[in-house]
Design a protein around this ligand. Structure first.
Ligand code: NAD
Length: 365
């Protein structure tokens, strides 16, 4: 059995119209084997910015549904964190291990250039900074290129900085002060984001418990910061102040949420909630959830600074605004008796409607 469109969906226009996508473009280059789809969900707030995922999708349909889902998520992420950017994403269909070549990325760059700035790309799963440097040779509309090319480099440190400020917002909310000194944080996933986050937290005087499937990653953080190790499958159940998922998505579900022994969940992992019902489960348990697309927005806030001429200090100052954004999300969720995830969605939708409407003002010839 292959993959098929969701029930009731028979073609591209059904998907595009179902959530008011502005544009979906298909690109093909026979010489390099490039097959790419760019989905632009919304440019109401600015050009659509989102990464290029290079993945061996089993079918075109699967690729289309994925690129649309990811593009839509970017619209909300940019909107809630105050970026003047819209939501877009791209996928290249195929196995990056065998298909990757200079010519393929340059062909892809020329297609992106052809969108004339409506879509700005970046790296994502399956693509690297080096790939984006190749894309840059054909188009200005790419971010996350090397610092030597005027880029902001690896977004992970910026993401970790943003998660730290998200935790500070939670601390303010729960304990009346943004200080994390003496607080116990359990981090699951010590990769590019998690390991940097552990360093920031150690500097803040937090107490750390850490988990990773790679023992060497755990050993390093235990040694450097005096963290306590825990098995990956037990990390979510550690009694602590904040549980921080920084590995895979889908960690908060009907089984794990009842086992949580924390006051808050704040991490970088994408799609932490297995289903929307899990946001409600957390709310019922009185556990504060920092919506993932707000807590992990440091990377895109950082990249959004590139088109203005990247300045690290300015970018990191802006990333700290995640603190105020989250406090607004918590207030809104309380006031409307809803989950923090839904409150963040509402704030994003309102900003798109309000700021997007100003585009109707005529600015001259
Ligand atoms: P990474 O690949 O560098 O790190 C992930 C770490 O998780 C690895 O060390 C891996 O060994 C570990 N891991 C895998 N399975 C695990 C498990 N079951 N339990 C515990 N640890 C496990 O990735 P990253 O760049 O640090 O990103 C981490 C998460 O944050 C991902 O979900 C990513 O999508 C998300 N994110 C990252 C960024 C960024 O700027 N890097 C931005 C936004 C969101």
């Amino acid at each position: 059995m292959g993959w098929h469109y969701p029930r009731g969906v028979t073609g591209v226009f059904d998907i595009v119209a179902s959530d008011e996508f502005e544009q979906v473009s298909y690109f093909h280059d026979a010489a390099t084997g490039l097959r790419a789809i760019v989905a632009i969900h919304s440019t109401a707030l600015g050009p659509a910015l989102g990464g290029t995922r290079f993945y061996p999708y089993a079918t075109e349909e699967e690729a289309l549904v994925d690129v649309c889902r990811l593009a839509r998520a970017m619209t909300y992420k940019h909107a809630v964190c105050g970026n003047d950017l819209g939501g877009g994403k791209a996928v290249i269909i195929g196995d990056p291990a065998t298909l990757r070549s200079e010519a393929l990325f340059r062909a892809y760059g020329r297609f992106v250039e052809g969108l004339n700035g409506r879509y700005i790309t970046a790296e994502d799963v399956g693509t690297t900074q080096a790939d984006m440097d190749l894309v840059r040779r054909e188009t200005r509309y790419v971010t996350g290129v090397s610092e030597s090319l005027g880029g902001s480099g690896d977004p992970s440190p910026a993401t970790a900085w943003g998660v730290l400020w998200a935790m500070k917002a939670v601390a303010e909310r729960l304990w009346g002060s943004p200080s994390l000194a003496g607080r116990h944080v359990c981090i699951s996933g010590l990769g590019k984001v998690g390991a940097t986050l552990a360093r920031h937290l150690a500097e803040e005087g937090a107490k750390l418990t850490v988990a990773d499937v790679r023992p060497e990653a755990v050993d390093a953080v235990v040694e450097q910061h005096g963290a306590v190790p825990v098995a990956p499958e037990q990390a979510h159940a550690v009694p602590c102040d904040i549980f921080s998922p920084c590995a895979l998505g889908g960690v908060l579900d009907a089984t794990t949420v009842p086992e949580l022994r924390c006051d808050a969940v704040v991490g970088s992992a994408n799609n932490q909630l297995a289903t929307p019902a899990d946001a409600e489960r957390l709310r019922h348990r009185g556990i504060i959830y920092a919506p993932d697309f707000v807590a992990n927005a440091g990377g895109v806030i950082n990249i959004a600074e590139e088109p203005h001429g990247y300045d690290r200090q300015r970018a990191y100052d802006r990333i700290r605004s995640i603190y105020d954004t989250l406090l607004a999300v918590f207030d809104r969720a309380d006031a409307e008796g809803t989950t923090t995830a839904e409150a963040a969605d509402r704030i994003a939708r309102e900003r798109i409607a309000a700021v997007g409407a100003t585009r109707l003002i005529r600015t001259g010839a």
